[in-house]
Design a protein around this ligand. Structure first.
Ligand code: MG
Ligand code: MG
Length: 249
C-alpha cells in the first residue's frame, strides 16, 4: 500500500504534537544531572504532556509502562524509566512522543551527564550530524533509501557503526506507519518521496560493532559488545520548500 499523503491541516496538527515533544526534550534536558533517576525524567515528561492536553503514544504501547524511553550508555533504545540514577560521565538517550488531535510526533536525543569522555562527546555529535544528513535528503523526488545512505556515510566516516535491527518509520495518525526507514543503504533505492510524506528519521549509532542484544525485560536493547550508543530522532515533513522538522519549539 502506498504511503499516506498528509494534507496541510494534518501537518499543522503534527506540528503541534511535535512542539509538545520538543517541550518534553527541553524539560528533561534541563533536569539531566548526576543523581537524577530515569523515573524522575519520566515524571517530567508526563507533566508536560498533561499540561498541554496531549496524550502519550509511548504509554501502554504494546504494554510499555512509561511516557519516555530512557537508555543510558550501552543501551541503544527502549529503556524503561525506573530507579537507575544518572552518574557523572554517563550518556543518556531520551525518546518520547505525543499525540495532539489524533496526530503523532516522535523524537529522541542523547545528552551527556556532567563531564563526559571525548569519545562520548564525539559519538553524540556524529549521531546528530548523521540525522541532519538524513533529513537533508528529504526532498520531493528523492528515493527514500538515500536517507539511510546519507546517515550511514556520516556515521561510518567517523569510525562508528549504524544499528540495522531498529529503524525509522512513516508517522501520522499512528506512531509507526509504513514504510520503514533504514539508517543504512539496504541495496535498493526504495519509493520516491512526495510532498506530504512525513517520517520519523532516527539513527542509532554505536561506538563499536552494530550488533544488538535484547535484555530480559523484553524492551531494553543494548550493544552486543558493550560499546556506547547514541540516538537522535526528529519527525519531518516533505514540503514544497524542502524538509520541515516538526519536532521543534
Ligand atoms: Mg522515537
Ligand atoms: Mg520513532
Amino acid at each position: 500500500m502506498a504511503q499516506v499523503i498528509r494534507k496541510p491541516d494534518e501537518i499543522a496538527k503534527m506540528r503541534r504534537a511535535g512542539r509538545v515533544v520538543a517541550e518534553i526534550h527541553e524539560a528533561t534536558k534541563a533536569a539531566i544531572k548526576p543523581g537524577v533517576t530515569t523515573a524522575e525524567l519520566d515524571q517530567i515528561a508526563r507533566h508536560v504532556i498533561a499540561k498541554r492536553g496531549a496524550r502519550s503514544n509511548f504509554l501502554n504501547y504494546r504494554g510499555f509502562p512509561a511516557t519516555i524511553c530512557t537508555s543510558p550508555n550501552d543501551m541503544i533504545v527502549h529503556g524503561i524509566p525506573g530507579p537507575y540514577r544518572l552518574a557523572e560521565g554517563d550518556i543518556i538517550s531520551i525518546d518520547c512522543g505525543a499525540i495532539v488531535e489524533g496526530y503523532h510526533g516522535d523524537a529522541a536525543y542523547t545528552a551527556g551527564v556532567g563531564k563526559i569522555s571525548p569519545e562520548a562527546t564525539r559519538l553524540i555529535a556524529v549521531t546528530e550530524q548523521s540525522l541532519s544528513a538524513g533529513i537533508a535528503q528529504m526532498t520531493a523526488g528523492t528515493r527514500l533509501h538515500e536517507i539511510g545512505r546519507a546517515v550511514q556515510k556520516v556515521a561510518e566516516a567517523a569510525g562508528f557503526s549504524v544499528v540495522e535491527e531498529y529503524v525509522g518509520h512513516a508517522i501520522g495518525t499512528e506512531m509507526h506507519e509504513q514504510p520503514q526507514v533504514p539508517n543504512y543503504w539496504p541495496g535498493t533505492p526504495g519509493p520516491i518521496l512526495k510532498v506530504g510524506h512525513v517520517f520519523a528519521i532516527e539513527p542509532m549509532v554505536n561506538a563499536g560493532r552494530p550488533d544488538t542484544k535484547l535484555l530480559d525485560d523484553g524492551w531494553s536493547v543494548v550493544t552486543a559488545d558493550g560499546s556506547l550508543s547514541a540516538h537522535f530522532e526528529h519527525t519531518i515533513a516533505v514540503t514544497d520548500a524542502g524538509p520541515e522538522i516538526l519536532t521543534l519549539l
